[in-house]
Design a protein around this ligand. Structure first.
Ligand code: NZQ
Ligand code: ZN
Length: 388
């Protein structure tokens, strides 16, 4: 097992009816900014409920944070935080609203150019760049990204999507009431299952380092998603199934399964370029890239792919090649069973548009991807070609 640091200070408040806890969790005298997205949380009545629970606190709202939140929108909100002397934020939404709120907190406290915050990638931003950030909590409405229990955000700017991470942007608390997610359309639930699945494979399908517990936690998440993914789409108000999805999605990216193991974020980095260029939903880009990437990287990932075939898909018979083929096919079939397309051609992308994607990867510094840092833009191109 590799050395690791693990730090995660997020309080999780899980279950039905737990929204009421926000009254105890937010200081009584706080000036609160509620952040939300395009309106689903207004239509469901959730914002009204939250406002009622905040009682006599001074409350402002900032709605309109779009999916794949844009820098320009978030900067406006940072202006509100400063001008209105906001001292607590409450993000009500999915990954985009929560990520956006993290960035708003950093940008409002940034001493220099806020665009500089986009330059750190996976390196954590520390104190010299920003001063005291406004603390925030979240009310999760879409189980997918794990943003409710991690310190990462992804911000869209120009033609790119930029990861931003900082110990200063862990939520203080996150309310996870599975019933709040019942209003999600089926495709967003499918997106959530796939995002959580691929977060797990990015930290598991690499090479073995004898991290037995991390491997089994990852396999547990993958098996739970396979068991309940279809069910929670077919039966959106089945509380048990949805509760399992919510907790899987959180556990997939709160740092725990990634401790002491190699990580491969190539599927995400290639996927981000597809979202930036074609507007394909985040998770749907992952469903396109992962099966193809596993095919192309089968030698580098051989030992873990065999373990995945046996332990996750119960494929015990056949040659090594047959087992790996079977595992990749079952992965693709699982995504498709959720109603998600796994081919670029199904999204109307043309082969001659691939040059732009490969150029974007180079422009954004994504030239040495994967757990072994040897996944070049040329290999990304092969992965994308095989994804047609
Ligand atoms: O904007 P509204 O009107 O609220 O509608 C949203 C949005 O259109 C809707 N929605 C959310 N909750 C709902 C609901 N509709 C009905 N009922 C509800 N309860 O769903 C749509 C998608 O929302 P969004 O927040 O964009 O989805 P998701 O949670 O998948 O977040 C995607 C973003 O997270 C980033 C992605 O890159 C993308 O920008 N990621 C963040 C990560 C992190 N912080 O660790 C890791 C991920 O890999 C990912 O990159
Ligand atoms: Zn993701």
């Amino acid at each position: 097992m590799n050395n690791f640091d693990f730090y995660n200070p997020v309080r999780i408040v899980f279950g039905r009816g737990r929204l009421e806890a926000i009254d105890q969790l937010i200081p009584a005298e706080a000036a609160v900014l509620i952040t939300y997205g395009g309106g689903s949380a207004v239509r469901s009545g959730l914002i009204e409920k939250v406002k009622k629970l905040l009682g006599n606190r001074r409350v402002q709202e900032f709605g309109g944070i779009e999916p794949n939140p844009r820098y320009e929108t978030l900067i406006k909100a940072a202006g509100v935080v400063r001008a209105q002397k906001i001292d607590f934020m409450l993000a009500v939404g999915g990954g985009s609203v929560i990520d956006g709120t993290k960035f708003i907190a950093l940008a409002a406290a940034c001493k220099g150019e806020a665009t500089d915050l986009l330059k750190f990638g996976f390196r954590r931003i520390n104190h010299p760049v920003v001063g005291d950030v406004v603390p925030f909590g979240t009310v999760l409405t879409l189980p997918a990204t794990g943003s409710e229990m991690n310190d990462g955000a992804v911000v869209s700017y120009g033609n790119g999507k930029f990861p931003v991470m900082s110990d200063l942007t862990f939520p203080q608390f996150s309310i996870l009431d599975p019933a709040i997610t019942f209003t999600l359309p089926p495709i967003q639930v499918a997106n959530g299952v796939i995002d959580a699945f691929v977060h797990t494979t990015e930290q598991y399908l690499t090479y073995p380092v004898d991290a037995k517990l991390q491997d089994r936690m990852a396999e547990g998440i993958l098996q739970t998603l396979i068991e309940t993914g279809g069910l929670t789409i077919r039966e959106p108000e089945n509380y048990g199934a949805r509760a399992n999805l919510v907790w899987c999605a959180t556990m997939a990216l709160n740092g725990l399964i990634g401790t002491g193991v190699p990580q491969d974020w190539a599927t995400h980095m290639i996927g981000h370029e597809l979202t930036a260029r074609f507007g394909i939903d985040h998770a749907q880009t992952l469903a396109i890239v992962l099966p193809s990437l596993l095919e192309v990287r089968r030698e580098q990932k051989r030992a873990k792919l065999l373990q995945y075939a046996e332990r996750v898909w119960q494929i015990f018979n056949g040659t090594e090649e047959e087992k790996i083929d079977g595992a990749i096919q079952k992965t693709r079939a699982f995504f498709e069973s959720l109603g998600v397309k796994t081919r670029l051609s199904q999204h109307g992308v043309r082969k001659d548009e691939l040059n732009e994607i490969v150029d974007q990867l180079t422009e954004h510094g994504m030239t040495a991807l994967s757990e072994t840092r040897d996944l070049t833009p040329a290999i990304s191109r092969t992965i994308l070609e095989k994804a047609f």
